[in-house]
Structure formats: structure tokens, C-alpha cells
Design a protein around this ligand. Sequence first.
Ligand code: ZN
Length: 377
Amino acid sequence: MNGSFRIGSLFGIPIQLHWTFLVIIPLFAWIIGSQITATAGLLYGIFRVPIDMTYIAGGWVPYALGTVVALGLFGGVLLHEIAHCIVAKRMGVSINSITLLIFGGISSMEEKDPDPRVELPMALVGPLSSMAVGIFFVALVYVTAALVGDPPLAGLLIFLFAYLGILNTFLFIFNLLPAFPMDGGRVLRAYLARRMPLHRATRIAADVGKVFAVIFSIVGILIFSPLLILIAFFIFIGAGQESTAVKYNFLLKDVRVGDVMARNVMTITPTTPVREIIDLMYTTKHLGFPVIDRGFLVGMVTLADVHKIPALDREAMQARDIMTRDVITLPPQAPVIDGLMLMSRHTIGRIPVMDGDRLVGLVTRTDIMKVIEIKDI
Ligand SMILES: [Zn+2]
């Protein structure tokens, strides 16, 4: 997912953190710290366990406590995601990476078309583990109240456990809302997919998700909660992306690269002047050319490669000076959806098609999109 960076790995799965988390943790720490007395009153109202905050309120202690709670929330989200991963691994689905977001995470799965029988338990286990963690902390509240005699320590621990109990319960409820692509939305899709094709089930679940996103953003604006607006944004984008991906998968399921590639590919040589390449782009309207040297593909020159060079320097340069050398290629028998995935992963618009060492064609994003349009009628 965009805007994320890797923080480590668990069970061999890269764990990524979305940048919003970095903003949210200090923000949460500050909010919790500055409202500690009011929150303690609220927690007392829920748990009916006296929380003695007289030793805690004031100074830096509330903010330290706020930080611990915020990190605890982070731990809760991580645990929730790990639960998804363990079930996924058990059921033979490989996970590419996990991205931690404020309200949960997004596991990027290898599988293109999720099997409802796999998706249902996988989606359910996350919220259920959040519920279990929530119950665990609530139990700790009462255990601490009964066993810890020292008032400052008891107050501190009860506040922490009660807060984490509430947050994890919130994670449980919130993730179970049928707002695709959140867990509840996946449960809904898995349920629908038992009686209709996956792409239709996904579209319905995504539409429900978008309705939730709109409701969240309206409520977010009304109660002035940037957090809710951000969540709405994530859901809206995620729902759209996933339903498009499933639709493309469905429409392109029997199409091979060889079926859609252009066969008469215009090629250039390593010594073709850049000026000539630009002219070629004008006349042919093709924005990328494979570079062939003695019958072998040695690179690719695209409009992006030309753009990287200042206009003045282009005059003296040749294809070999600006070409991309590690060219991604596909065999004609590869599924065309693989081509589309490669193009979006590497932000490229065309892939040379190779039959062994021989260049046999070129597949472009535009051509694939045309096929999708035709198949969609
Ligand atoms: Zn989840």
C-alpha cells in the first residue's frame, strides 16, 4: 500500500506501517494524556471499579500513560493482523505483506480470487482475536482491583487495562461492520459468494462499503473527527480498488498475453539517436520501443526514459544511454492479468513478449483495457 514503510517481519511476512500510524500514536498519547481525569470518570462509569487518579493527574505522568495506551493500541492491531496471517498460512494462502493502519490492517494476499471457504474464517479470526484481547484486559481490570493494594499502582494499571479493554472491543466491533474491505465486509462477500459469482458478490460488498464510507465521512464532519474521515477515505478507496481488481480477474480469466499482444512491434537499436526516437513516438503514437541488439532484447526506451534527460542533453544521446536495461518480459502463454499486475506494480505501460530469446510481441495497458471494455459488454 502507498505511504507505508517496512518495520520488520513476522513468520516471514513483511510488516509495513502506514504513515498515518506515526501521526496517530503521538496524537493519541496527547489526547489520552490531556483528558486523563475525565476518561477515568468515564471508565469508572463502565467498569464500576474505582480508579484513583490523584497520584497520576498532573505533570508528565498522564502523557507517559497516554503513550503506553497508544502503543498498546498498536500492539492490539498487530495481534489482530497476526491472527489473520496464522489462519491464512494454515489454509495455504500466502500473504505478501501486512500494512498496519489505525483501525486495523490490510493483508495483501497472493491469491487473486479468494475462495469464500478460506476467506470466511480468515476474516472472522481477526475481530474475534480483538474480542479475546478485549476480554482479557477487562478481566485484568477486575483482577488488579482485587489484588493490587497500592493505590497509585492500582490506579495506573486499572486505567491502562480498562482503556485497552475498550479499544480492543472497539476494534472487534468496528472491523465487523460490513464495510468492505474491512473484515466484516469480507465476511459479507464470502456469504454472498456462496450463491452468486465472486465478482458480483464483491461488487455488492464494495457498494455497501462505499455507503458506510459516505456515512462515516458525514458523521466525521458533523462531530469534527478527522480520524473518522480518514477511515472513511481508506474504506472508499479500498472498496473501489478491490472490486475493480476482482472484476478484471473475472473478465480476463481465460485471456493469455499472446491473444492481446501487438505482433508487428517496431524496435530500435542501441545506437538509434534519441531525437529519432522522439520523432518515432510522434509518427507512430507508440510511447515505448524495445531495443534490439543482434537479435536480442537488451532494453526498453519509453517516454519516461526520454523525460528523465534534459532537452539539451538529448541531442547527443542514443538509445543505449537512456534505455531501461532490466526489462520485465512475459511469455505469450502467461495470463494477461499477470501482465496487468506487473504493469501496476512497476508503473509501466508496456511489456515485451518473449518466446524464449525471441521477441514476438508487445502487450500494452491500453490494449488490455480495450479487451476489458469489450468483455464487459
Ligand atoms: Zn482484520
